[in-house]
Design a protein around this ligand. Structure first.
Ligand SMILES: C[S@@+](CC[C@H](N)C(=O)[O-])C[C@H]1O[C@@H](n2cnc3c(N)ncnc32)[C@H](O)[C@@H]1O
Length: 316
């Protein structure tokens, strides 16, 4: 089948929002080449050897690339994507040039491009993301694998916003917790939480394509087969309580989510949030504190922040 590649040239702070626009426009996957991610590349654990020359990267700014099947009307899609990218400036995001370029690609080229780009990556101390086509064995007993088909939805595990939540889950999941994963995308955080010993997990996404992608990825990870996935707008209408709620979504979308999390958490329940670009950190921190949360820890990768917040107990 013939596919069309749409590439949007932008900046580090807008990659997640641009990726969302491309996915909402029906992309089967997005690829992010971000100069800032490359510059910020650090060993994830002491002693890790990092060969930067082996990592393909963007020299400056960022390019978000998405692929659409021939069945999609590209001539109608491009003006819509262009307009939505321009509108991101209204949220205070620097979109850079915002240029939207298209080019036809054959399916075989597309598949090969993914496979060339994604290899197993140990994202945190214990968690390694493994593309579904790689035959990879853990190098030690502590290493847990998250098997993903990255072509399907946001959440390859390597984007800093996802990595921050993987790190936060690693720091907070002790075993047996009930977890709500809001904006599950590829399902990566639910799979990680299961690998870390979580109990029941309920994952939601507003995008049906992400819901289907998450289900397919959960099927690739036997440990996560019992994760419940459903379409939902944030936590609207959900009354399932949880020990931990995790969300990696744009800051503007986190704002209405924060008060929705509060009644679902017990005393000492945790809300882990990511998708927060540096400029938006005060907005999220202030909304958390206003709702009653205590900030336990702030995590940072490059320009991105993650927050571990706790609903205090009566004894606090
Ligand atoms: C940045 S991706 C995060 C994916 C994955 N959880 C990760 O950490 O890599 C954000 C996800 O939130 C979803 N999303 C955006 N707005 C939402 C909403 N109002 N309700 C539920 N999900 C939403 C998007 O469809 C997307 O899959």
């Amino acid at each position: 089948m013939q596919w069309t590649e749409i590439a949007v040239t932008t900046t580090n702070e807008a990659v997640e929002a641009v990726s969302n626009i491309l996915m909402e426009a029906g992309a089967t996957g997005t690829k992010i080449d971000d100069a800032a991610d490359f510059a910020a590349l650090q060993p994830t654990f002491p002693g890790e050897l990092l060969d930067k020359s082996s990592v393909p990267h963007q020299e400056s700014g960022a390019v978000v690339t998405a692929y659409y099947p021939a069945t999609v009307a590209i001539t109608e899609l491009v003006p819509d994507i262009t307009q939505r990218v321009q509108m991101l400036t209204q949220f205070g995001l620097n979109i850079g040039s915002g240029a939207v370029l298209t080019k036809p690609v054959a399916e075989t080229d597309w598949a090969t491009a993914w496979k060339k780009y994604y290899h197993p990556v140990r994202v945190t101390r214990y968690l390694t993301v493994v593309p579904s086509w790689e035959d990879y064995q853990p190098t030690d007993d502590a290493e847990k694998l998250l098997v993903l088909d990255p072509g399907m939805a946001f959440g390859t595990g390597t984007h800093p916003t996802t990595a921050l939540m993987l790190q936060a889950l690693e720091m907070t999941v002790r075993g047996g917790e009930t977890i709500l994963d809001v904006g599950t995308g590829s399902g990566v955080l639910s799979i990680a939480a299961k690998q870390l010993g979580a109990g029941d997990i309920y994952a939601y996404d507003v995008d049906q394509i992400a819901v289907d992608a998450a289900k397919a990825n959960l099927d690739l990870n036997p440990i996560a087969k019992d994760v419940h996935v459903a379409p939902n707008d944030l936590l609207k209408g959900i009354n399932q309580s949880a020990d931990i709620i995790v969300a990696n979504i744009l800051a503007e979308i986190l704002v209405p989510l924060i008060p929705q999390t509060w009644p679902l958490l017990p005393e000492h329940g945790l809300f882990l949030s990511s998708g927060i670009i540096a400029d938006k950190y005060p907005l999220i921190r202030d909304n958390l504190v206003k709702t009653g949360f205590k900030i336990i820890q702030t995590l940072k990768r490059g320009d991105w922040y993650g927050i571990i917040a706790e609903k205090p107990g009566a004894d606090d």
